[in-house]
Design a protein around this ligand. Structure first.
Ligand code: PLP
Length: 349
């Protein structure tokens, strides 16, 4: 149930890179970036992130929460509009709260509603559509092709939060925009270094150079928070090297996700979402999700039940997340355990 999608947090080369950075550059900078908190490794990592995403430039933050908190206020004025999916991550919601733009909330992945809101927002100077690339509670993927078409039609920019996509979605793990063939249509990407890319900490924005320059001047979490520690930079940088050398890890995770989803469906479970390593086993009842998760732990499998208020009432589930480091045997053992536990508690006939 970790976001360690590629297993890189325990990869020997990632760990070695962290130790080397720690020894060479010290524990930390005791400074924000623009005073004396920028080392060569920070600039190198920003350049590498931009290259990975095929964007012009990138800017690092202490977390993606900070990247989301900083971007909307820096970019949008009271003359602009932001259109946000109703199920966007809390940090996007908070970031939007901090800005003075006109706010529209469209129904989850509902393109008719987005179009209606875009029509209404034509009266504003600039429009920004903001969506998670992949939604973490349901494992569903935003319809980016349709979103980008609408954005083109109504002259809007597209922003995606790729925390649950960077490193593993798409043929080369570049993310949802690669998966859906719209890398050249999405303007801004925010993502995290704290999940697939080594799992330590850190976040970033990548996109057009003038936007990144603006964020360096105006984005408050960047300006007023400590620089990323060298060991963290070392981990993320090595994780990106590994992913740019080969797409084998991302591919192996996709095959394992497919194995889990198809075997669980064949066993009689309903798995929400499609093709994503977030595999929510839908159970409905909160107590059932909790007792089944406990019983799975008794069988050596660590999965967590989610219920209201984290997910809507009546939509309790056990969220399973597949990682490239799971073996096929691990996955089969997990399906067997779910089947036993499901029968015992009446989730399966
Ligand atoms: N955005 C999404 C969609 C997330 O799932 C998370 C993490 O939970 C974040 C942003 C925040 O990322 P970070 O942990 O780097 O602050």
């Amino acid at each position: 149930c970790a976001n360690n999608y590629l297993g890189l947090s325990s990869h020997p080369e990632v760990i070695r890179a962290a130790v080397e950075a720690l020894e060479k550059f010290g524990a930390g900078l005791s400074s924000v970036r623009f005073i004396c908190g920028t080392q060569s490794i920070h600039k190198d990592l920003e350049e590498k992130i931009a290259r990975f995403h095929q964007r012009e430039d990138a800017i690092l933050y202490a977390s993606c929460f900070d990247a989301n908190a900083g971007i909307f206020e820096a970019l949008l004025t009271p003359e602009d509009a932001v259109l946000s999916d109703e199920l966007n991550h809390a940090s996007i919601i908070d970031g939007i709260r901090l800005c003075k733009a006109n706010k529209y909330r469209y129904k989850h992945m509902d393109m008719q509603d987005l179009e209606a809101k875009l029509q209404d927002a034509q009266k504003h100077r600039l429009r920004l559509v903001a969506t998670d690339g992949a939604f973490s509670m349901d494992g569903d993927i935003a319809p980016l092709r349709e979103i980008c078409q609408l954005a083109q039609k109504y002259d809007a920019l597209v922003f995606i939060d790729e925390c649950h996509a960077t490193g593993f979605l798409g043929p080369n793990g570049r993310g949802t925009d690669e998966l859906l063939g719209v890398m050249d249509k999405v303007t801004i990407i925010n993502s995290t270094l704290g999940k697939a890319l080594g799992g330590a900490a850190g976040g970033y924005t990548t996109g057009p150079k003038p936007l990144i320059d603006l964020l360096r001047q105006r984005s408050r979490p960047y300006l007023f928070s400590n620089s990323l520690p060298p060991a963290v930079v070392g981990c993320a940088s090595k994780a990106l090297d590994l992913l740019m050398e080969s797409n084998a890890i991302a591919q192996s995770m996709a095959a394992k996700t497919q194995r889990f989803r198809s075997k669980m469906t064949a066993a009689g479970f309903t798995i929400s979402g499609k093709d994503h390593p977030i595999c929510p086993v839908m159970l409905g009842d909160a107590r059932l999700a909790a007792v089944m998760a406990d019983d799975m732990l008794n069988r050596g499998i660590y999965v967590i039940g989610f219920s209201y208020p984290v997910v809507p009432k009546g939509k309790a589930r056990i969220r399973v997340q597949i990682s490239a480091v799971h073996s096929d045997e691990d996955i089969d053992r997990c399906v067997e355990a779910f089947t036993e536990v499901g029968r015992k508690h009446g989730a399966l006939p």
